[in-house]
Design a protein around this ligand. Structure first.
Ligand code: UD1
Length: 418
């Protein structure tokens, strides 16, 4: 795996990018296969990413057979699965925690070593665990692992303290095999939740209310083989649109409906980016009157935290002042120090970054601290004068398929280095 990229910046990027399937929809949908016994889940439009390989290996370790070729995945699940997720895979990726709910629902037991993933503050799993406990699971934390045991889970009313994406997904999956009705209140509204609910419904689950803040699940005795399709990745799409704008070019993303990206597009338009939307494509172009905007990251349909670093990269070059408030995660502004190495003018006050636009950025050696920060540093390097080296790229490979090929097709001058 390449860890460094050399970018010769200040090249105008223009062109069309086909959007990959959404990483954050694929991971829970793959975990949903655990609910099956002696059956198969077939998925289309699966992105080829490190995180997807990690989840595939995790499922294989549990006993499933996973075949993945050309964005097409077939997961065959035997009657019997192991209950213990392997520590070395779980530590690579926080989303491994998504196996907890389905595993305890189908096996009555799950062991999950405490997960790893992007460095984004403390990221506890308390909502997941409280919800499973309310459904009757016994939860113990021992030797760095979560032990969940249960007879058949029981439907109940769960009210989340915060509309956590992962907790909503874990509890929704667990509830599909529970006895009786489960209501998840203050549920997350992300499009990826609806994609998961759609696939669960095609597996025979009875779910209503996904996409609203109360999801109702009527538990079933058994689910069945199904086919599903992954929705497009709105975060990848936003990253390439911003790459076009920040380099003074025009990029079209193809294969995505603007309904997935309302808040992102509204912010770009507010910043005076030229945006053109058709049924299946979105185009964004640089505009010389680009201006700073204020943004607060929020759960969907608010501005997504996963696009905050990339938008901030653009705002370093927008005239005036931008105020960026990261309200979803603590410690998700680690990229600010790296941005400053490239000439950005940013003042940090806890979870708020105050960005004053500068006329130009200068190449530097910078380090990715997480997936989206890494993507944002690549955008900074593409816009900067001179050469930029972005290090610790393993974060980026977790979420962007064929990133180098896609940027080269837009006219970027980038080279991977060992
Ligand atoms: C998912 C996404 C991630 C995105 C995030 C927010 C996947 C695989 N990852 O992560 O890319 O940035 O949603 O849109 O889909 N929290 C708790 N206790 C919990 C669970 C969460 O305090 O039990 C807190 C987190 O620390 C964070 C906030 O809730 O501050 C939101 O987290 P959550 O929505 O759960 O994010 P993930 O599902 O981990």
């Amino acid at each position: 795996m390449h860890e460094k990229m050399l970018i010769k910046g200040a090249k105008v990027l223009n062109g069309i990018i086909d959007v990959q399937g959404a990483k954050n929809a694929t991971l829970p949908i793959m975990a949903a296969s655990i609910l099956l016994k002696g059956q198969t889940l077939t998925l289309e439009n699966v992105p080829d990413l490190y995180d997807i390989q990690t989840m595939a290996n995790l499922l294989r370790d549990l006993g499933a057979d996973v075949k993945f070729d050309n964005h097409f995945m077939v997961i065959s699940v035997p009657d019997v699965l192991n209950s213990e997720a392997p520590a070395e895979l779980v530590r690579k990726m926080r989303a491994s925690s998504l196996v907890l709910g389905p595993l305890v629902a189908r096996n009555g037991k799950a062991v999950l070593p405490l997960p790893g993933g992007c460095v984004l503050g403390s990221r506890p799993l308390d909502f997941h665990l409280k919800g499973l406990a309310k459904m009757g699971a016994t939860i113990d934390l021992n030797h760095g692992a979560i032990y969940a045991t249960a007879g058949r889970l029981k439907g109940c009313r769960i009210s989340l303290d915060f509309p956590s994406v992962g907790a909503t997904e874990n509890l929704m999956m667990a509830a599909t095999l529970a006895e009786g009705e489960t209501y998840i209140e203050n549920a997350a509204l992300e499009p990826e939740i609806i994609n998961l609910a759609d696939v669960l419904r095609s597996m025979g689950a009875v779910i209503t209310g996904d996409g609203t803040n109360v999801i109702k699940i009527i538990g079933q005795d058994r689910l069945c083989s199904a086919k599903g399709e992954i929705i497009p990745d709105r975060i990848e799409a936003a990253t390439y649109l911003l790459a076009g704008v920040i380099t003074k070019g025009t990029v079209t993303v193809r294969g995505i409906d603007a309904k997935y990206m309302d808040h992102i597009l509204a912010k770009l338009i507010e910043a005076k980016v030229s945006v053109n939307i058709t049924d299946n494509e979105i185009t964004a172009s640089w505009n010389k009157s680009l201006k700073g905007v204020s943004v607060k990251t929020m759960p969907h349909p608010g501005f997504p935290t996963d696009t905050q670093p990339q938008l901030m990269a653009l705002l370093t070059l927008a005239s005036g002042t931008s105020v960026i408030n990261e309200s979803v995660f603590d410690s998700r502004l680690l990229h600010v120090n790296e941005f400053k190495k490239m000439g950005a003018k940013i003042e940090l006050q806890e979870n708020v970054a105050i960005v004053t636009g500068v006329a130009r950025l200068l190449g530097a050696t910078v380090q990715a601290s997480n997936l989206r920060a890494g993507a944002a540093l690549i955008l900074m390097g593409l816009a900067a004068e001179g050469e930029t080296t972005v290090c610790d790229l393993h974060h980026v490979w977790r979420g962007y398929e064929n990133l180098v090929g896609k940027f080269l097709s837009l006219g970027a001058d980038i080279t991977l280095m060992d």
